[in-house]
Design a protein around this ligand. Sequence first.
Ligand code: UD1
Ligand code: PEP
Length: 416
Amino acid sequence: METLVIRGGRTVSGRVRVSPAKNAVLPIIAASLLARTPSRLEEVPALADVRTICAVIRHLGAQVREQDGGLVIEPPYELNWEAPEDLVRRMRASFLVLGPLLARTGRARISVPGGCAIGTRPIDLHLKGISLLGATITQRRGYIEACAPRLRGNRIYLDFPSVGATENIMCAAALAAGQTVIENAAEEPEVVDLANFLNAMGAQIKGAGTRVVRIQGVGELYGATYSVIPDRIEAGTFLLTAPMAGGQVVVENVIADHLKPVVAKLKEAGVSVQEEENSIRVASDGQYRAVDLKTLPYPGFPTDMQPQFMALLARARGTAVITETVFENRFMHAAELKRMGARITVVGRTAIVHGTKGLTGTRVCATDLRAGAALALAALSADGETLITGLEHIDRGYAGFVEKLQDLGVDISRRG
Ligand SMILES: CC(=O)N[C@H]1[C@@H](OP(=O)(O)OP(=O)(O)OC[C@H]2O[C@@H](n3ccc(=O)[nH]c3=O)[C@H](O)[C@@H]2O)O[C@H](CO)[C@@H](O)[C@@H]1O
Ligand SMILES: C=C(OP(=O)(O)O)C(=O)O
């Protein structure tokens, strides 16, 4: 079994460059199917999830080739309209081909994406939006079948500002007849990046990044050349290395605006954080105080940073209360952190974290992507060696994780 081995106790120093955002590049690759002409993404992170979405669109008939660190995607004139179960179950973001497929071919058959460690993750809001655009939806033997000879714009109110539902609806509406208005839309930067890519393809989308997104459908979209935004969650993860291990780190290729809630919490904890041009400098002697936090849709504190902050708070001065409001089961990492000596009590959607200085290395398992990042961060400050399994989760979302940490001076290697 492949294992990440981290020997704690070293301080960190140096610079680390953040890769393009996983959660932006995945919907953008799916959206490239909306055109009949090729798109080019300037830089694409080397992630398992990117390989999976590429396998999905290849299955649908697209040609995908790597070029100078980026990707060229050539959608076929006629798309297949069926996305296979093995790929969709591997990664929830595969479901984002629903909107593009339906808009291009008038039909789609996609496996229901699996639930995962962090919650049941239903798709009702995706389906509600797509059916309001005129699609007939049936669910049979684990597959969603959608059919709409011509999509028509409509007003769609989302009960919750779901990132994926907003993205799927935006893609479907881009080629629908007339105007679509999504109310209570997700405001995440990755939604804005997708809208910018779609607009570069010829779409007419306004308001992305606010709660109301207006999409005026157009007759055709054309491939575009695009540069994806940097990954704010990867950036946030590396910002935490300095307080965890002690030291000074410059995280490069960041959009500081996207990291406001994370930076605000670090400052509140007493960590020194300075924004520079396209980078953020963080310095710490490893001493900081506990802060409470509550995850919320953007611009609130990101759920994808909650596990890493739990690791941070496990060794803070004082007691912190973490409230997870986005996913109903996103505290799996607490049990693993406790194996390292963390003092955490979970009650429903709340975790109470009593800071301790005495984290110790042991054998732990990454139950999901950010749980893996949290355990690696905890290992930086732990006494002795930490052995982390479940690396397939980390590989989904961190490009060059081991090499980047090694460059900061962390004693880390991958074995087995
Ligand atoms: C590939 C990608 O971009 N993944 C991100 C995306 O996931 P994803 O797009 O799946 O997250 P959503 O914003 O849709 O989910 C938020 C909440 O809404 C619920 N929900 C969602 C859809 C639906 O049809 N019905 C429903 O009830 C979910 O179960 C969850 O409790 O946003 C999440 C919230 O910021 C992030 O943690 C993920 O990293
Ligand atoms: C939950 C995440 O991703 P996904 O939605 O792809 O599972 C994440 O990036 O932390």
